[in-house]
Design a protein around this ligand. Structure first.
Ligand SMILES: *Cc1c(COP(=O)(O)O)cnc(C)c1O
Length: 373
């Protein structure tokens, strides 16, 4: 198997099958294809919603990055997540991690019952809780590790082993770790899902999602939903995301390195009560994180000594770090998470979530230092 840096570049470039060809692929904008001999021929390209070369290339490279055999890309992370939940048979008991991405929780609140799903939010970091929640009709498990916003660590191997013995499908939202730091399919999960809007895009300028699996039957269901419901990315977005992926492993390397330095700084600061970063030895899930991740990612959250008002003031005082929602871009951003998620949010009042960017770590740290002062 080639290394991830090599896959990221060559999997997203042009195949060199013609002499003197362009090296970089073009953007194929045509929505339609000409029929051969007057009528549509089976196997030919037909219509952009069904197939497009830029989308195909993007799917190929993301599958390879995740060590998976199939990938379907979507117009957003939520479209990708929705497609996975729509593969579940009505009447199924579905276990979703408690500390899950807010949009996934909202999707279940709004549509779980309508889709005939018996949804239960379970603390996946506690294997006894997972085992205790299993039912005869538990067909599906959704988890995220590190979780949002508290970076709780779930043992993907152990949960997969436990619930797959009952025949349930396991899906992991791999947006935060990214395939540079973790590959869920290798840990026993059936499905890996991404908001490519985050680290794979990496520049805060593309919305997208992806579903990766080695299970052909599952994949056919996702592919059908993608083609019939039509939440596909445009050729330009697919092309731009392929472009971003070429530098993704090196960006990720620097996100990991900067976040480690910032987490260490925060954990020694008197105005910070607690730091959630799985790379810190003091983190509850550090040992499990170390066993399933190659590195610990670019996301940190921390509790300040104070309340919501103080947290908002600190975020507002930054001069370099941008106050904004989202993550995974080259620029550092942070937010008072509870204000972003709204009153239903389980996020602690004094929690600040930081997406560590690729500025020099000393500059990021200096900005946090003056904001906390
Ligand atoms: C952003 C995000 C999503 C949703 O993706 P969109 O591209 O915004 O639709 C899902 N899961 C996680 C972990 C995310 O951070």
């Amino acid at each position: 198997m080639k290394h991830i840096e090599t896959i990221a570049i060559h999997g997203s470039m042009k195949a060199h099958d013609k002499p003197n060809d362009t090296v970089v692929p073009g953007i194929e904008v045509s929505t339609i294809y000409e029929h051969r001999n007057g009528s549509y021929q089976e196997g030919d390209d037909k219509y952009i919603r069904l197939s497009n070369p830029n989308r195909q290339q993007l799917e190929n490279v993301i599958a390879e990055l995740e060590h998976g055999s199939h990938c379907a890309v979507f117009a957003s992370g939520m479209a990708a997540i929705s497609s996975v939940f729509q593969t579940i048979e009505p009447g199924s008991h579905v276990m979703v991690a408690k500390d899950v991405y807010f949009g996934t929780r909202k999707l279940m609140w709004e549509f779980g019952e309508k889709w005939g799903l018996e949804v239960e939010f379970v603390d996946m970091t506690d294997l006894d809780a997972v085992e205790g929640s299993l039912k005869d009709n538990t067909n599906f498990v959704w988890l995220e590790t590190p979780s949002n916003p508290r970076l709780l660590i779930t043992d993907v191997k152990a949960v997969s082993k436990l619930v797959k013995s009952k025949g349930a499908v396991v899906a992991v939202d791999n947006t935060w770790p990214t395939p540079y730091n973790m590959r869920p399919l290798e840990l026993g999960a059936d499905i890996s899902v991404h908001s490519t809007t985050k680290y794979l895009g990496g520049h805060s300028d593309i919305l997208g999602g992806a579903v990766i699996t080695n299970d052909t039957t599952l994949f056919e269901k996702v592919r059908l939903i993608q083609r019939v419901q039509g939440a596909v990315p445009s050729p330009r977005d697919a092309w731009l995301l392929s472009r971003s992926i070429r530098s993704f492993p090196y960006r990720m390397r620097a996100h990991n390195e900067n976040a480690r330095k910032v987490a260490e700084f925060l954990s020694n600061h008197s105005k910070v009560k607690d730091v959630f970063y799985p790379g810190l030895e003091s983190h509850k899930g550090h040992e499990i994180a170390k066993s399933q991740m190659d590195d610990f990612g670019g996301m940190i959250s921390f509790l300040i000594d104070g309340g919501a008002k103080n947290a908002v003031e600190i975020v507002g005082r930054s001069k370099l770090i941008i106050a904004a929602t989202s993550l995974g871009g080259i620029e550092s951003i942070w937010e008072h998470r509870k204000s972003s998620e709204g009153p239903d949010s389980p996020s602690p009042e004094n929690l600040i979530r930081l997406s560590v960017g690729l500025e020099h770590p000393d500059d990021i740290i200096a900005d946090i230092e003056q904001a906390l002062a």
